[in-house]
Write a protein that binds this ligand. Sequence first.
Ligand code: G5P
Ligand code: MG
Length: 224
Amino acid sequence: TDLGYGTIRAVIFGAPGSGKGTIAQRIVKDFKVQHISSGDVLRSHISKETEYGKQIADIVKVGGLVPSKMLSSLIEIELEKKVPGVKGFLLDGYPRTIEQAGILQNLKSPNLVVFLNVPFDTIIDRIKSRWIHPGSGRIYNLEFSPPKVEGKDDLTGEPLIQREDDKPESVLRRLELYQMEAEPLLAYYRERGVLQEFWGTESNKIYPEVFKCITETYELDADY
Ligand code: G5P
Ligand code: MG
């Protein structure tokens, strides 16, 4: 089946540590979508010390929200990229305010919003043992999904790092901001009939439900 580029216009939404990146990586393996993670885009600017990276480094470090305008244009650039073989996009971490949702709506309105509803106490434990490969954004967890070799990325062998904003104070700030922004954003997408909620504490149980939802939403057959 050829859906044509742009048919899957999905967003994955949830609290910090709810498993957006983890579930997104599985979706990308099973469906031909472009994964656009706002956090990965920002972290790459910060580590390359671009002009923009320098401006936002301190905000991201303490778990604040970066200004929407600049971030939105960076996301737009990613959305405009024509990636060969790809049949849509999956936005992860964007939008997270009503302002951003409005910008995206005018650009490419999402037709599915996957909401991961994971309890906060589960999240706090997970984030403590998260490690990432900064080059690719690949995510590990010392308990849930450890790397094959301690401290090293499975594919490149490069060193893994912990995120600067995974320190307890920053995590708390991120959770607070999430609590302020989430409800209006969920209402926005609920009104538009595109919101699908997944409740749980284990990504391995949530993912099969998400998989089923995607195949049903886009009427994909097995040979997709
Ligand atoms: P990010 O990068 O978008 P957050 O805070 O929204 O950051 P985060 O922390 O990346 O979200 P996640 O992607 O939802 O979390 O979760 P994950 O990484 O997949 O999973 C967390 C950990 O749990 C991992 O170690 C994973 O292996 C493990 N895990 C997953 N499933 C399970 C499970 O079932 N069991 C167990 N035990 N473990 C599991 O944004 C970062 C910053 O960038 C700025 C902000 O400053 C933000 O704080 N930013 C924006 N600012 C303004 N507007 C925006 N739209 C912005 N987007 C980013
Ligand atoms: Mg993430």
